[in-house]
Structures are given as C-alpha cells and as structure tokens.
Design a protein around this ligand. Structure first.
Ligand SMILES: NC(=O)C1=CN([C@@H]2O[C@H](COP(=O)(O)OP(=O)(O)OC[C@H]3O[C@@H](n4cnc5c(N)ncnc54)[C@H](OP(=O)(O)O)[C@@H]3O)[C@@H](O)[C@H]2O)C=CC1
Ligand SMILES: O=C(O)C1=N[C@H](C(=O)O)C[C@H](O)C1
Length: 236
C-alpha cells in the first residue's frame, strides 16, 4: 500500500468488457489504484480496434498517458500511436503479463542463436469469444523472433489448401479457439531431428489485469514517448 501518495486514478475506455472488469477487480485488491469514470491520471484501453483514434484523441485532449492493450489493430495504428506519442506517454502491449514479457526475450535470443534452417511456428489458443486471430501476442512473438534473426518478418497465416510448402525463413501462425482458455502461446523452433518449444500458459486473465496496473503505475507522470512492457519490467 502506498501510504505517501494518492492512489493512481485509472480511467477505463471499456469498463464493462472482460478486461475492464478484471482490471477493476485487480484495482480493488490494492489501495494504490482507483477506477474513475473520467478525468483519471492514466487512460487504459482494452476494447476494440475501432476505438483507437477516439482513445488517442481523448488522451491528447486530457494530456494524460495511455495504455493500449487492444489487439487486432490495423497497419495504420503504428503511425497513429507514434504521432500521439510525440505529445503524451503511450504504452502499447499485446500482452501485459510478466511471463510473456520474459518469453518474448527468450524467443528473440533463441531465434538469434539458431540457424535459419530451424523453422519457426507460433501456435496460440484462446477462448471462444476472442475476436482477432492470430492473437496480438502471437504476432508480437513473431516480431521478436524476426528481430532475433535480424530479418524482416515473412509471416505465413491461415494455411488452407494445397501447394503449401513452407517458404524458407517464414514464420508460421496457427490459431485455436474454444472454451474459456485465457491464453496459450507456443513458439516452436523445428530444426533437423529436434524441436525447441517455448511456451506460456495464462491460467486466468487477472495476470493481464495486474500487469495493466503495473503498466499504468509506470506511465503515471512519464514524459511523452512510446513505451513497452520491457520498460515496465526493467523499472520494477
Ligand atoms: N494486452 C493484453 O494483455 C490483453 C489484451 N486483450 C485485448 O483487449 C481487448 C478486449 O478484450 P476483452 O475485454 O476480452 O473483450 P470484451 O469483448 O469482453 O470487451 C470489449 C469491450 O470493448 C467495448 N467496445 C467495443 N467497441 C468499442 C468502441 N469502439 N469504443 C469503446 N468501447 C468499445 C465493448 O463494449 P460493447 O460490449 O458495448 O460493444 C466491450 O465492453 C481485445 O482486443 C483483446 O485481444 C485481452 C486480454 C489481455
Ligand atoms: O483476447 C484475449 O483474451 C487476449 N488477447 C491478447 C492477445 O491477442 O494476444 C492477450 C491474451 O493472450 C488474451
């Protein structure tokens, strides 16, 4: 409990969504945060891609930092976020869990250590309600692997049909949906006669909610700029 400071006021773009409710529950576990319908210290967006511009406009108008946890953002999102980050602090994270932040680092290192004849495939499974595929986390892990290899990403998504022999150096994505799975990610490095598999299992979405609060604490009072969960982890 922070005895020396006021609680950090969080305003949720989508308080009634699954993540909005989880973040509210996580905030209730601690005196360090409060949830405010408006005029918060930090704006937190776990909603839908269509909300992005309105969220950025809201953060710019209020002059407050913003956490973007929404996935499935389109190709224009990078520029919108970079433009807004000239004025306010922005943290974009497809996954706010501690375990995935570490996984991302491990994937980058493994991809850098293994020769290009180790094929990389990313398999994810989520609950039946998930709107986007592949998951934002899977795509971010693909980016981490490509960074480790030092090559631009060549993604193979949604394989179906014939003549699908894998392209040299491609990174493949496969998505499973069902039940209440909070989020499973496996990064498979398939080499000659052996496989290395790096995995993360989210057992409950509260891990994302607590990570979102850690990100909000990090963002509070931060100068304009674009930040990531790596910055949060290294600041703790
Ligand atoms: N970064 C991370 O760690 C995590 C990210 N996510 C991502 O967060 C997002 C939300 O997930 P989740 O909470 O499970 O989804 P839900 O479908 O449960 O909630 C989405 C919420 O967003 C609202 N919403 C939809 N469109 C808009 C809009 N244009 N403006 C404002 N609000 C809107 C919905 O309202 P209504 O129902 O009225 O349409 C709903 O309340 C997804 O992109 C998901 O992938 C999820 C978990 C972890
Ligand atoms: O929609 C979800 O539930 C999740 N979405 C994020 C993603 O797309 O990677 C993070 C987490 O896996 C749960």
């Amino acid at each position: 409990m922070r005895t020396d400071q006021q609680p950090i006021r969080i305003t949720l773009v989508a308080p009634d969504g699954k993540m909005g409710r989880a973040i509210t529950a996580a905030a209730e576990e601690s005196d360090a945060f409060s949830i405010e319908p408006d005029h918060g210290d930090v704006l937190v967006d776990f909603s839908a891609p269509e909300a992005l511009q309105a969220t950025l406009d809201r953060a710019l108008a209020a002059g407050v930092p913003v956490l973007i946890g929404t996935t499935g953002l389109d190709d224009h999102a990078d520029k919108r976020l970079a433009d807004a980050a000239k004025t306010v602090a922005i943290l974009r994270a497809a996954n706010t869990s501690l375990g995935v932040a570490v996984l991302s680092d491990l994937v980058e290192r493994a991809a850098g250590a293994l020769s290009p004849d180790w094929d990389i495939e990313i398999v994810e499974m989520h609950h039946r309600m998930k709107a986007d595929a592949p998951s934002g986390t899977a795509l971010a892990l693909g980016d981490a692997a490509a960074r480790g290899r030092g090559t631009p990403i060549d993604a193979e998504r949604g394989r179906d049909g014939t003549g699908l022999k894998r392209a040299e150096g491609a990174i493949g994505f496969a998505s499973l949906r069902g039940g209440t799975v909070a989020g499973d990610h496996d990064v498979v490095f398939a080499g000659p006669d052996e496989r290395l598999i790096l995995s993360h299992r989210a057992e409950n979405r509260m891990i994302f909610a607590r990570g979102a609060l850690a990100a909000a604490r990090f963002l509070h009072g931060k100068p304009a700029g674009l930040y990531s969960m790596r910055d949060v982890i290294s600041s703790e």
